[in-house]
Write a protein that binds this ligand. Structure first.
Ligand SMILES: Nc1ncnc2c1ncn2[C@@H]1O[C@H](COP(=O)(O)OP(=O)(O)OP(=O)(O)O)[C@@H](O)[C@H]1O
Ligand SMILES: [Mg+2]
Length: 606
């Protein structure tokens, strides 16, 4: 994301990347330090044995083949066997240890990312795309393991092996060693060119992946709209474009990074040819012993793989760090609404809720203006008003999903910003406007209201919400899976489950946002009875468009354009002849004469 010119640090990595590596190591390395040390020791053994296997070649050639030393044949044979066996075992042990750490790190990261996600304020969820979030939690955590593995394996196995093998080379022939090593800088230079090009492609590839996931989710959740509006072709075109772009990018990236292979082969061939040319003459002339040349060549060949990996290290780190960067970008997003440092648990007395001079805007878009309302404890208050007036926003502020720009929400006299969110929300049962159900069973969904409630309480809540009957009718009953978002239930059924959930919660404050809007008249009447029982003695705030639902409320507040327009009982407001009276006239045409004046109609229908 940050594409500013970056200062170069060590190993050709820029400062940001070094910083990221530092964080990865700091966050994970310490916890697994003992196990990393074990892996490191095992890797050192692998490196040592690799060097020994090159070293022993000298003896194989000089003592066995040339000197025909009978006594040494057995020793050398056993030595070779021992070297390879030890190396194999150490390598296996090292892999097992590293795999164990790797799995744990991925799990740790996924948990950490998920916790951070849960803690985010509502504004984060308004802005973020699901695709991005999923990519972060699932894919990016692997990047952290990848980077750590790379670092440890490069330092432990590859670097130590190369050092040990170079030691063997120098011991056999210092001059030849210099010859073989001059090609290294050329290889490194070639790699650097590749790395630079890969960096930009990588981030774009991640973004493409996120977009694909987001589109799939939109398609699945909105499939009814997609089909009924015939959006398939357009969606398909968009999706194909994204998929093709992403595929093109990952192909480019794979091909670029594959270029490091011929590059390495070319240079290694060059160096081997030079060595044979130079040393071969010496042997033919009888000035040089064949054993040391063999040991030397063996060391060069054995150093090839680890050296290749080291040369590619930059390249792979670069790819891995893109994912790591995405993880940390997310972990660094500050949490907008969180408990104050000295937050106390809410001390609930009767559950009086007060909005005091409240102003709130979503970003720049004002939603509530200088709103002062008292919702008396134990009474039923209603909020009515046109769509977009700010009614649901009031509930969001009472739940402290957002903090107001001005004014305060008080529950029993305590500013909600000074109490813990957990205690605040535990005192509230909230039936949201879109009755959302989680993937899981009907039982799980109702029990979410109060985990640990007894079966008897569960059934009582469902019965009161007029849900028990239909639940028994669906296959599986309380154990029926409701599907993501409650897709296989009707709108009214979802609402009744949501109401049962709130009933089970048994909280002193009850927020009902259009809770019965999807119910037929008979069901609503039944649920209303139960709600009436539930409401008694609790502070209840009801939002409804259907005025019949709120007509009996102790007090009705009319909200319009984020402001309080009028308040009073149904009778008082009707007598007042204001906007409530017009609305009421429209909805209860039998109780009040219809007044089809144009502006009122427009107002009410808005
Ligand atoms: N998450 C959001 N981000 C930005 N603006 C929002 C958001 N939620 C609501 N708004 C805006 O705030 C205003 C108040 O919305 P709110 O949902 O409170 O209305 P409402 O009175 O509940 O309407 P309805 O009766 O249709 O549910 C609207 O103009 C709406 O567009
Ligand atoms: Mg609303």
């Amino acid at each position: 994301m940050a594409s500013k010119k970056k200062a170069k640090g060590g190993a050709g990595l820029d400062q940001d990347q070094l910083h990221l590596i530092g964080r990865v190591v700091g966050d994970n390395g310490r916890k697994y330090l003992p196990r990393y040390l074990i892996a490191f020791v095992l890797m050192a053994i692998v490196a040592g044995m690799t060097a020994a296997s090159a070293w022993i070649m000298k003896s194989v050639i000089n003592d066995v083949f040339i000197a025909r030393n009978e006594a040494l044949v057995g020793v050398v044979a056993v030595g070779v066997f021992a070297i390879f066996s030890i190396r194999g075992l150490a390598d296996y042990g090292q892999t097992v240890v590293m795999n164990g750490i790797g799995r744990n790190i991925i799990a740790d990261q996924q948990k950490r990312l998920y916790n951070h996600l849960l803690a985010q304020g509502m504004d984060y969820f308004n802005a973020a795309s699901l695709g991005e979030i999923v990519t972060r939690v699932s894919h990016s955590s692997m990047a952290i393991r990848q980077v750590l593995d790379l670092i440890i394996r490069s330092l432990g196995k590859d670097l130590l092996s190369v050092i040990a093998l170079v030691g063997v080379m120098i011991a056999q022939d210092p001059l030849l060693s210099v010859l073989a090593l001059v090609i290294m800088p050329a290889i490194l230079f070639g790699m650097r060119m590749l790395v630079r090009r890969i960096r930009n492609i990588g981030r774009a590839e991640y973004a493409g992946m996120a977009k694909i996931i987001a589109s799939v989710k939109d398609t699945v959740l909105g499939i009814r709209v997609v089909k009924s509006f015939g959006m398939e072709d357009r969606l398909k075109q968009d999706m194909y474009r994204t998929i093709d772009d992403t595929a093109k990018r990952s192909l480019k990236m794979a091909n670029l990074s594959a270029r490091s292979v011929p590059l390495m082969e070319f240079f290694i061939g060059l160096s081997m040819g030079t060595i044979i040319m130079y040393a071969g003459h010496g042997i033919v002339a009888g000035e040089r012993d064949a054993g040391s040349l063999f040991a030397f060549i063996a060391a060069v060949l054995l150093a090839y793989e680890p050296a290749k990996r080291l040369a590619r290290l930059r390249l792979q780190l670069e790819t891995g760090l893109i994912g790591v960067g995405i993880v940390y970008d997310f972990l660094d997003t500050p949490i907008s609404t969180k408990d104050a440092d000295d937050a106390q648990p809410l001390k609930i007395a009767k559950g009086k809720v007060e909005l005091r001079d409240l102003s709130f805007a979503y970003g720049k878009k004002s939603a509530l203006k200088d709103l002062s309302v008292i919702f008396p404890a134990g009474k039923v208050s209603a909020l009515v008003g046109p769509s977009g007036a700010g009614k649901s926003t009031i509930f969001s502020l009472i739940e402290r999903f957002y903090d107001p720009q001005k004014g305060a929400v008080l529950v029993d006299g305590q500013d909600v910003r000074t109490v813990t969110m957990q205690s605040l929300r535990a005192s509230i049962a909230y039936v949201t406007q879109e009755a959302f159900l989680f993937e899981g069973t009907v039982r799980d969904n109702i029990l979410a209201g109060r985990p640990g409630a007894s079966e008897h309480e569960l059934v009582a809540a469902a019965t009161a919400a007029n849900a028990h009957e239909f639940i028994l009718e669906i296959p599986g009953g309380y154990n029926a899976q409701v599907g993501e978002g409650g897709g296989n239930l009707s709108g009214g059924q979802r609402q009744r489950i949501a109401i049962a959930r709130a009933m089970l919660r048994n909280a002193p404050i009850l927020l009902l946002d259009e809770a019965t809007s999807a119910l037929d008249a008979v069901s609503e009447a039944k649920v209303k009875q139960a709600l009436d029982t539930l409401m008694s003695g609790r502070t209840t705030i009801v939002i409804a468009h259907r005025l019949s639902t709120v007509r009996n409320a102790d007090v009705i507040h009319v909200i319009d354009g984020g402001r309080l327009v009028e308040s009073g009982t149904h009778e008082a407001l009707v007598a007042q002849g204001g906007s409530y009276a017009h609305l009421s006239a429209l909805q209860f045409s039998e109780t009040a004469p219809r007044q089809p004046r144009k502006p009122d109609l427009a107002e009410a229908v808005e």
